[in-house]
Design a protein around this ligand. Structure first.
Ligand code: C5J
Length: 237
């Protein structure tokens, strides 16, 4: 079963059974009013704009039985997994581990570290806790993808130029075909969002492809076989 949809720089046809939806860091602290991101002076409504199309895409992926994986950026409460060079940046009161409006900033288990309710993972969906910007760095993401026979990633989330871009570059070097869903990603800086997408699809798709959620959802609507989730449960390839 193939998913065929419009994308840039070229239209794509990918094997549904080998495709996963990867949702990067849709965490309360980045997206919600009163969270860490807003405290830093960012306009979180720019990030919130990605939530409705991503919810539609997530529902379509779940309906089709596609493998869905969520990530969260954050650290252990004792910060032993956070490089000092990451902690030392910014105002002392705004640093990783400092008390924030939704608990300690970017610390696992704190309310602000969790995924927003609209996109909350359901049973069976992996949640990858990552200490870095890239989802492959010091996580078991690659092992999960390998065991589920995944070759293609539909990548969404925040922010386009930081954790989405870093993850796409990591994935590209590991041989994955990445399709970044443009309206399901966002940045506090619209120009960074735009450039982040351009950098991915430039030069014949140097890091991957860029597609609109409407086209991906339309392709998913023609698919309802639940194959990749079956593989995840040990089904034959
Ligand atoms: C993410 C960040 N998730 N901007 N983090 O992009 O620090």
């Amino acid at each position: 079963m193939r998913l065929v949809f419009k994308a840039e720089p070229q239209p794509l046809s990918v094997d549904f059974a080998r495709t996963a939806l990867l949702i990067i860091d849709m965490q309360r602290d980045f997206l919600e009013p009163g969270g860490f991101g807003e405290t830093l002076g960012n306009d979180v409504s720019l990030l919130k704009a990605a939530v409705p199309p991503l919810k539609v895409l997530l529902d379509a992926a779940r309906q089709a039985g596609m493998l869905v994986i969520h990530t969260r950026e954050g650290h252990r409460p004792d910060l032993t997994d956070a490089p000092p060079t990451k902690i030392e940046r910014g105002e002392p009161s705004m640093r990783i581990g400092a008390p924030g409006p939704m608990g300690r900033i970017l610390i696992r288990g704190e309310p602000g570290h969790d995924i927003i309710p609209e996109l909350y993972p359901i049973a069976g969906e992996a949640v990858i806790d990552k200490p870095g910007k890239g989802a492959f760095y010091q996580t078991d993401l690659q092992l999960i993808l390998k065991n589920c026979h995944i070759e293609n990633l539909l990548v969404c989330g925040v922010t386009t130029e930081v954790c989405v871009n870093t993850t796409v570059r990591e994935a590209n070097d590991r041989g994955y075909r990445c399709i970044v869903v443009s309206d399901c990603c966002a940045s506090y800086f619209p120009e960074f969002h735009e450039m982040g997408l351009k950098m991915i699809k430039a030069q014949g798709g140097i890091f991957g492809w860029v597609a609109d959620s409407e086209d991906v959802v339309a392709a998913l609507a023609t698919t309802n076989v639940g194959i990749s989730r079956k593989y995840a449960q040990g089904g034959a390839v």
